[in-house]
Write a protein that binds this ligand. Structure first.
Ligand SMILES: [Zn+2]
Length: 66
């Protein structure tokens, strides 16, 4: 089982480094891991305050089988 969240579920207009819609997907074994990884991505790639998005990250985190 893997937890994952998509950047574009959080920031629908986010663009990646090449100006395309951001398709970054954060995966981890735990929801906390997803929050941590996605927070780093949001700060470094999109310069947003990840603390304000933690609840949204958790709300959009899904679970899948490997
Ligand atoms: Zn992104």
């Amino acid at each position: 089982m893997v937890k994952y969240a998509r950047c574009n579920a959080l920031l629908s207009l986010a663009l990646d480094a090449s100006g395309e819609g951001c398709r970054y997907m954060s995966k981890a074994d735990t929801e906390d891991g997803v929050v941590e990884d996605m927070s780093k991505h949001l700060v470094s790639m999109h310069q947003v305050d990840a603390n304000e998005l933690v609840a949204n990250i958790r709300a959009t985190t899904k679970t899948t089988r490997k």
